[in-house]
Design a protein around this ligand. Sequence first.
Ligand SMILES: *Cc1c(COP(=O)(O)O)cnc(C)c1O
Length: 468
Amino acid sequence: MKPPEDVLAELRALRAGDLPTHGGRTLAYVYDSGLSEVDSLGAAAHALASSANGLDPTAFPSLLRMENDLVRAAARLLGDVPGVVGSVTSGGTESCLLAVLAAREDRPSPSIVLPTTAHAAFHKAAHLFGLRRIDVPVDPVTFRADPAAMAAAIDDSTVLVVASAPSYAHGVLDPITEIAAAAAARGVRMHVDACIGGWVLPYFARLGADIPPFGFRVPGVTSISVDLHKYAYCPKGTSVLLHASAELRRSHYFASASWPGYTMLNTTIQSTRSGGPLAAAWAVVEHLGEDGYLQLASVTREAVARIREGIGEIEGLRVLGDPVSTLLAFTGDDGFDLFTVADEMKARGWYVQPQFASGASPVNLHLTVTAANHGSEPEFLADLAASVAAARAAGPVTVDPAVAEFVAALDPATLTPEQFAGLLAAAGLGSGAGLPDRMAPVNALLATAPPPLRERLLLEFLGALYTP
Ligand SMILES: *Cc1c(COP(=O)(O)O)cnc(C)c1O
């Protein structure tokens, strides 16, 4: 046997190659309260319950109790109206999946109406559960959903209307009241995807921000998702899906007594569910409480405001839309390549997330700002300005015309592993080479591919990565 301390040393060495999850330098994927006791508490609580199984709440009543506590806390935050129930899930995507599944029921040929800015989790839901997606273009300047167009897209097949509070890509708040009214008028369910904003926008509102209502107090809202592993600063693996009533929730529950084993009785997609993430989230939410979250929201709000202002002062940069939350997307003038800016930031120790052009949304860089960014805004902005200057000096990133031609000729429906290998080689990413330091040439190449081809290429890449 390998001694445990050796295994842990190995694990630490592996983790050292990851992006840092603390310190505010990774502005995507991770959410850092900046409070070390929050992390140690979450880890300790996780360890205490990680072997318990949420599959059977009668066997592990502690998990039942903690789940009800978390759902109650979420409901209190998102419009404290009677009758709200919910489920703790493994993450935002699972919450969105279940909202769609619950709405689908047994309707023949069902569809969902969603703005083009809705999270891709809804694309996954439509794909998995066999619903037609009606993608409704958003306002090309504000990137907010267009309530009239959303209303017009609802028809007899619609089982769910979706809007975001806020959208991930631009951090803008959709007109929830108008969209919910349109859904209600047609007797259709309306889901508010507050995965990323649900635990922070109510606190922003308490701090004086002008946040239009988006919770259950808005007539017509029937479900809301809010991720605990985002702005509740809990360890990864927890989200809450709330429903306005138990009746609306029931259709994502699942039971099977038709086999010789235990009656399988599930609230979510998972069956065996680790108690670890749930207990960790419960502990962090108990610890921080409303005053803790208000304090974290206050410093986060200040950090976002400072970064937004600073971006406006950097020649050639422009924030997209009017973000109200903790997310900022900014684009640049034609004088430099944004993917190169991301690489330059990486070289300076910051991870910022490139977003490809889509519809009216130009190529841009996305920032997820958390409490841990407070205090280092000047350093971030100085490095951003330096990165833009370096990108200007470096000039445009060009795609080798031969490679571009090769990509243009690919058909996502018939792409073969050999073609993919050929493309990797042509792009200088030959097998086993690992990821290049600079992603700009790869991103520039991917940007030439239409979304279906980009999806296909990246899935092929994923399969190559996950080959042991
Ligand atoms: C993060 C996010 C999701 C998906 O959540 P995961 O936890 O990554 O599965 C869905 N909707 C919005 C708006 C999000 O920001």
